[in-house]
Design a protein around this ligand. Sequence first.
Ligand SMILES: Cc1ncc(COP(=O)(O)O)c(C=O)c1O
Length: 369
Amino acid sequence: MSYIAERMNYIDASGIRKVFALAAKMKNPINLSIGQPDYDVDEVCKDVAINAIKNGFNSYTQTWGIEELREAVQEYYQDKFGVKISNVMITCGVSGGLFLALLATVNPGDEVIFADPYFVMYKHLVNLLGGKPVCVDTYPDFHLTTEKIEPVITNKTKILILNSPSNPTGLTIPKEDLVKIAELAKKYKLLVITDEIYESLLYDEKPSTIAGMYDQVILLNGFSKNAAMTGWRVGYAAGPEDIIQQMNTLQQYTFVCAPSFAQKAAVQALKSDMTQKIEAYRRKRDLIYEGLKDTFEVIKPKGAFYIFPKAPGGDGDEFVKKAIENNILIIPGSVFSDKKTHFRISFAAPDETIKRGVEELNKLAKQFL
Ligand SMILES: Cc1ncc(COP(=O)(O)O)c(C=O)c1O
């Protein structure tokens, strides 16, 4: 007899586990696998956090978070996107927000649409809750359009998850497509969950959001990528009052609240100027793209810090295995997709590491040609 709940059978973490098992044997790898920026939390944010702790700001906060941060988040969306978001609650990262949003809305059998390739949590959380993940194949250009979404909508479809810029492709959904997607969502009465965690790392275009284009949108964002606070676990959700209220009830019985000091620091992070970070990451994006484009079939990312090339020979699992044998740590595309043709590189790494990685990957690719 097993004590493990049946629902755990719906989560399959074998893909990423295999990579970690292989990676464990590596000594000092060229590490292009990491899902967090290579910059640290700003000193001024650290000071705010430390002072908050020293001044005794160490208790539970309100379940929905501190007023100061909820208001600062509203102002941020107003200033940056010209969009008035309402019912802001502070969550334990975007992961926390995503979990609460899906827990509050997915019934067994409900269909949840998202683009393939996808951020891993979408598929596993929907499965965990007894929902049905419905992936929209966006290969080879990774462009999510209404033409691709509409055919997979059924009478069981409830939710559409968007992620722009995307993990793992670094591509975005342009504003004109967001407008069409909002119209489609309205037509089919879909709830849209928009994961905007990489919104501030955008290299060629102005940021846009579907929040404000349609009223049934749950917006998720946080401080892990822009402010590098991955371990501080702070993010936020905003959206329809009835859903946010239920998410708040769930938070009361699960996470309770986001870490108090981190909420204070997040207020400061929203004031920080991202210009230099964006410039540095644009340069890294160019470095990796220019370095790979002649050998690999690859699309230039527009945001985030990932690039998703096609594996020479077409088997990403095999290519990553060989890369790891050659001391380069990258992630097979099969972790993020129903296909295994590609692989993910994170360029959130020092320029030197990127340059060495490019050189080694180009050498390795030649063995597959
Ligand atoms: C697309 C996407 N959403 C959400 C998350 C989770 O972020 P957080 O640290 O805020 O939970 C990540 C982290 O890698 C991500 O890539």
